[in-house]
Design a protein around this ligand. Structure first.
Ligand code: FES
Length: 322
C-alpha cells in the first residue's frame, strides 16, 4: 500500500526566524494541489532521502503552492539539516498528500490557538481559515525571543495582527500563569489548539482542562515521547487478516508493521513513531494497546483503529481490516 507522492519544485525560501526556513513549493507537473484542511501536514523527502512530516502553514485556499517551514534541529539525523543545507530555489523534492489529525472544530464559539516555537506552523493555516470564515479567534505565540519567533512580519499585518498576541521569554516558572491568562476569558464552547514542545503542550492541556472539556482541547505532536509498556502488555500476540484469516505472530522485538511485512502485507508508514497516522488500520476485533500519539481520545476509547508502527495488543489475537 503506497501513499500518493508528488514531485515538487522549490519556488521560494525565506528565513522566518533563527534556524527556521520556509519553503514555498509547486507541483512539477504544473497542476494545482488538492485543497487541504487547516492543520494538515505532509511528508517531505529531501536530498538525504529521509522523510519527515511538516505542517502546511500557508493559506489552505491557495492551490498553486504549498508552504511548510523547517527548524534546523541540532540533533538532526539528516532530515532538517539536509533541507536547510542542500535545498535551494529550483531544487526538487518529493512530498506526500496532506493528512490531517489536527482539525478545526468550525462550530466552536471561539478558537484559542496557542503555539510555541516552530509549533506556530499548523496554527497559521488554521488562522488563514478562521479569517476566511470570519470566526472569532486569538493566536497566542510563545517564543524564546523575537529572533526565535517565525512569521512575525506576516503576523504583524492585517488580517492577522488584531488576532495575535506575542509572548516572548516567558520562563517555565511563570508559564502556567501566562497560559491561565490566555484562557481566563474562554467561554464554555471555546476550543483550544496547541502545538510546540511536549512540555509546553502538556502545560497548555493542564491549564485548559481546568476550564474546558477534554474534547475541546486539540494538540499536534511532531516527535514521539517513548511510551512504556503497561501491566497489561502482551509480549507476544497474533495478528489476523480479516480478509483471508491468515495469522502472523508478533513477538516482543517486532512491530505489527514488520510482522505483516514478513507475510507480504505492506502497511504504509511514514514517521514510524506513532505521530503521523499513516499506518492507521481499522480493528475488526481484539483490544489494541495504543502507544501512538495521534489518535483522538474517542478513537482510543472505541478501539476501532490502531497505529501499527508502535501499538500492540492486549488480547491474544487482534483482527485487522486487511
Ligand atoms: S507511521 Fe506514523 S503513526 Fe505509524
Amino acid at each position: 500500500m503506497q501513499a500518493q507522492t508528488f514531485k515538487v519544485r522549490v519556488d521560494a525560501l525565506r528565513e522566518e526566524a533563527r534556524g527556521v526556513r520556509s519553503f514555498s513549493i509547486s507541483r512539477l507537473d504544473g497542476l494545482p494541489f488538492d485543497a487541504y484542511e487547516p492543520g494538515a501536514h505532509i511528508d517531505v523527502t529531501g536530498p538525504s532521502g529521509i522523510t519527515r512530516q511538516y505542517s502546511l502553514c500557508g493559506d489552505p485556499a491557495c492551490r498553486d503552492s504549498h508552504v511548510f517551514a523547517v527548524k534546523k534541529e541540532e540533533q538532526s539525523r539528516g532530515g532538517s539539516r539536509s533541507l536547510h543545507d542542500e535545498v535551494g530555489i529550483g531544487s526538487e523534492l518529493s512530498i506526500g498528500a496532506p493528512r490531517n489529525l489536527f482539525r478545526l472544530e468550525e462550530g466552536a464559539s471561539e478558537h484559542i490557538l496557542i503555539g510555541a516555537g516552530i509549533g506556530i506552523t499548523p496554527l497559521l493555516s488554521m488562522a488563514y481559515r478562521l479569517v476566511a470564515i470570519d470566526a472569532p479567534f486569538t493566536l497566542h505565540y510563545f517564543a524564546r525571543s523575537e529572533a526565535h519567533a517565525a512569521f512575525l512580519p506576516l503576523l504583524a499585518r492585517a488580517p492577522f495582527a488584531q488576532h495575535v498576541k506575542l509572548h516572548f521569554g516567558v520562563e517555565r516558572d511563570v508559564l502556567t500563569d501566562a497560559l491561565d491568562a490566555c484562557l481566563c476569558d474562554a467561554d464554555g464552547n471555546a476550543h483550544v489548539y496547541t502545538c510546540g514542545p511536549a512540555p509546553f503542550m502538556d502545560a497548555v492541556v493542564d491549564t485548559a482542562q481546568k476550564r474546558l472539556p477534554a474534547g475541546a482541547i486539540h494538540l499536534e505532536r511532531f516527535k514521539a515521547e517513548p511510551q512504556a509498556p503497561t501491566d497489561t502488555s502482551l509480549d507476544t500476540f497474533d495478528v489476523q487478516l480479516a480478509s483471508t484469516g491468515q495469522t502472523v505472530r508478533v513477538d516482543a522485538s517486532t512491530s505489527i508493521v514488520d510482522a505483516l511485512a514478513s507475510i507480504g502485507i505492506e502497511v504504509d508508514t511514514s514517521c514510524g513513531e506513532g505521530v503521523c497516522g499513516t499506518c492507521m488500520v481499522d480493528v475488526v476485533s481484539g483490544e489494541p494497546e495504543h502507544r501512538d500519539h495521534c489518535l483522538s481520545k474517542a478513537e482510543r476509547a472505541s478501539n476501532s483503529v490502531i497505529c501499527c508502527c508502535v501499538s500492540r495488543s492486549r488480547s491474544p489475537v487482534l483482527v485487522l481490516d486487511l
